[in-house]
Design a protein around this ligand. Structure first.
Ligand code: ZN
Length: 410
């Protein structure tokens, strides 16, 4: 595939300072390993990484209260002890670390830089693999997320020429922070595909969460059962996402591409392969091409298999944005394996996992499109369970968009 001429990879090295502790699962080494893998397979050949300018601190107010920002600054300064009760900081998920304000702000600055480049017409697609801090709430940190970069970028876009933005979140966890930020805003459609909230934190993201009174139908939730494999997960994605997006007609798609949906992820229970994740990334790019003249802002998210999953999944993401798609059968270069071998394993957070041999793992990404009759007594139990989830998601939201939840063509 010829390289897409109009793309931007945003990279601020200071995002590597976003590290809660030595053994915290969200270890920024995953970002470094991703860039190195992308380099070693040629995805970044001829690509100049875009270093964002300094973030105007006023932009943080788009998604966060002043007192929460102050708490993050003071706690991360190491100079003062303050009462962090209510700010979601200083606990096991979000321990305080030195310069956490600066590190979290650099993630925001990177995503915002991509948004600005798209709004100005400088580029059509942009990606920040360090972004996707989708759990951060207005006045507190949550789930490893301090500042909500996607919510801030979307808010900025709304003030700069855009009034229909779709946010599509394929992380294994519900995109609760972004949903909350635009709960009652009809200009933003948030769609989250995630593991059954009965089983997985943050235990929200039911199909009945549909948005506030001014924006009913613009919060869309597609839970899937635990252990859902590639084919059923892709069936769920395609049973809901394209239809609602086509109806909404967004001018731009923001994709949160958390890869903790992988079967080996230590924090979740889905059963995807890197190939399934790659297929969804490409599907979101196709939707941006179809509906938004290609405008696509992509960010990372969760992902805690630091060696075997994240670098591959997000190399495919970088490749998708740059337009240099990588065949999953491509061998992993020895130079990258050598780099992994040099890592001090006892200092890695999360789980390194085995060193992969190829860019994919033979996942079967073929899927049978959803249809109402497919959840009958003859279906395998896993298919029937997934189809019940899909049917509930469609029944909850399709009528609000004039779509027929029983019509498989919708
Ligand atoms: Zn996650």
């Amino acid at each position: 595939m010829p390289r897409f001429p109009d793309s931007q990879v945003v990279w601020d090295p200071s995002v590597l300072d976003y590290r809660f502790s030595q053994h915290h699962p969200m270890d920024p080494v995953r970002l470094k390993l991703t860039l190195e893998l992308a380099r070693s397979v040629g995805v970044l050949d001829g690509v100049e990484l875009t270093v964002p300018g300094r973030l105007d601190p006023l932009e943080l107010a788009r998604a966060h209260t002043d007192d929460y920002q102050a708490a993050v600054r003071v706690a991360g300064s190491g100079r003062a002890r303050i009462d962090l009760t209510g700010y979601g900081l200083g606990n096991d998920d979000n321990p305080v670390f030195l310069h956490m304000h600066e590190a979290a702000a650099s993630i925001v600055g990177s995503t915002l830089s991509g948004a600005r480049a798209i709004a100005s017409g400088t580029t059509t697609r942009a990606v920040n693999i360090a972004g996707g801090m989708h759990h951060a709430m207005r006045s507190h940190a949550s789930g490893f997320c301090i500042y909500n970069d996607a919510a801030i970028a979307i808010s900025w876009l709304l003030d700069n020429g855009f009034d229909r933005i779709a946010y599509v979140d394929i992380d294994a966890h519900h995109g609760d922070g972004v949903q909350a930020a635009f709960w009652n805003d009809p200009r933003v459609m948030t769609v989250s595909l995630h593991e059954d909230p009965q089983h997985l934190w943050p235990n929200t993201g039911y199909p009945t969460e549909l948005g506030g009174p001014e924006a009913r139908g613009t919060a869309i939730n597609v839970p899937v059962p635990a252990f859902c494999p590639d084919g059923l997960w892709l069936r769920a994605f395609h049973a809901v996402v394209p239809s609602v997006l086509r109806e909404f007609r967004p001018q731009l798609i923001v994709s949160q591409c958390g890869c903790d949906s992988h079967a080996s992820d230590p924090l979740t229970d889905l059963s995807l392969t890197v190939d399934g994740q790659r297929a969804a990334i490409l599907a979101m790019r196709d939707l941006a091409d179809e509906l938004c003249d290609g405008r696509w802002l992509a960010v990372g998210g969760g992902g805690y298999q630091l060696v075997s999953v994240v670098p591959r999944a997000w190399t495919h993401l970088l490749a998708a944005v740059i337009g240099t798609d990588v065949d999953p059968a491509t061998p992993i270069p020895d130079s990258w394996k050598d780099l992994v071998a040099e890592l001090p394993a006892d200092r890695l957070g999360g789980v390194p996992g085995p060193v992969p041999e190829t860019m994919g793992e033979g996942g079967d990404v073929a899927f049978t499109p959803w249809e109402p009759a497919s959840h009958d007594a003859t279906s395998p139990p896993a298919d029937a369970a997934a189809d019940r989830f899909i049917a509930r998601a469609r029944s909850a939201v399709f009528p609000l968009h004039g779509l027929d939840p029983e019509d498989p063509r919708d």
